[in-house]
Design a protein around this ligand. Structure first.
Ligand SMILES: [Zn+2]
Length: 338
């Protein structure tokens, strides 16, 4: 099974597929020269426009010229998703153990230490309690800047714990993924998280819980192949790269040219692999709406018990609703029998 090599390939720091080829000193210099000064400007990977970084951040990490949704840092995602002041982090102290004493370019333990210092957080998943338009939720957010958002023992454990808390406290679970897949440094232990997270979600669903997963750019490898695809609802942000293996690996394996738009959200929606594409601007309202549907926040005549500012609905008269229901049922019967 080559998931480990795929995870390695997908977690390259630039978020592109394929392990970076070894560069000579000259190549490195040329590469640096082409790069824009970091901190001020960046190049949109979709429309290639040169854009002012501050403007991108102010627009919730979307491109001002083509609306491409960039990978959002975990903490910003939490702030963007939840009501101000409602966040309460859970299990922030869990850190990875280098049980295999894994060494690649350096010891895995050292890499973890450096990443913790650089990012100011202990792992690639942030979990906690919070509210979305007043609806209590358990939120789990993957952070791509922590070793490519890769799933090792701690990420798996925190997702399983988040499922448990959601089940015990009867709160809906909302997950955001941004990941290169299983963390190769933890070998088989990271692959085991695929089964563990799915099993925890299954327990939540059996207990009548409700889970939504939002796939963001990029979501690949063992994360796509496990918990990200088995929630009650699977949403995605526009233009997000979502897949298992990288497109180059697939193209060279099946020896065929891949169709345009392959592995992007829009392609996946067309093929029925995801339920909806939701833009970042509409995310909070959509999640609040779906939580209401998933947790029966509607009374018998279709009136919302709780309202979202700006999204008040007109109550539907029960007779009218019943008539519409009968009509639809008749039509369905005609179509299936005719
Ligand atoms: Zn753009």
């Amino acid at each position: 099974m080559s998931d480990i090599s795929m995870a390695k390939e997908n977690t390259s720091p630039d978020g592109k597929d394929g392990a970076a080829p070894k560069r000579g000193r000259l190549d490195r210099l040329r590469f640096r020269k082409k790069e824009l000064p970091t901190g001020l400007w960046l190049k949109c990977e979709h429309c290639e426009a040169t854009i002012y970084r501050k403007e991108v951040v102010e627009k919730s990490y979307t491109c001002p010229s083509c609306d491409f949704h960039f990978t959002m840092p975990g903490r910003d995602r939490v702030r963007h998703t939840l009501d101000a002041g409602s966040w309460e982090e859970l299990f922030p102290d869990l850190t990875a153990m280098d049980r295999l004493h894994f060494v690649d370019s350096g010891p895995y333990g050292d890499k973890i230490e450096r990443t913790v210092q650089r990012t100011g957080q202990n792992e690639a998943l942030i979990a906690g309690r919070g509210e979305i338009h007043g609806r209590p939720v358990i939120l789990g957010v993957m952070d791509f800047k922590f070793l490519g958002g890769s799933m090792g023992e701690v990420v798996g454990e925190k997702i399983a714990l988040a499922c448990d808390v959601a089940r015990l406290e009867k709160r809906p679970l909302v997950l955001f993924t941004a990941s290169g897949g299983a963390r190769m440094h933890e070998g088989m232990l990271s692959l085991m998280q695929m089964a563990k997270t799915c099993s925890a979600l299954s327990s939540l669903q059996e207990a009548g819980g409700f889970a939504i997963c939002v796939l963001t750019h990029p979501t690949t490898g063992g994360v796509t192949a496990s918990f990200a695809m088995v929630c009650d609802l699977t949403l995605a942000e526009p233009g997000a790269l979502i897949g298992f293996a990288g497109p180059r690996v697939i193209a060279s394996t099946i020896k065929q040219e891949l169709p345009p738009g392959f592995q992007r959200s829009e392609f996946l929606l067309e093929k029925g692999q995801i339920d909806a594409i939701v833009s970042r601007d509409d995310m909070r309202e959509t999640l609040a709406n779906l939580i209401d549907y998933g947790t029966y926040a509607w009374d018998e005549i279709g009136t919302r018990r709780v309202t979202i500012p700006g999204m008040e609905v007109e109550p539907v008269a029960s007779e009218e609703a019943a008539a519409a229901g009968v009509e639809a049922a008749d039509r369905d019967a005609d179509e299936t029998t005719g």
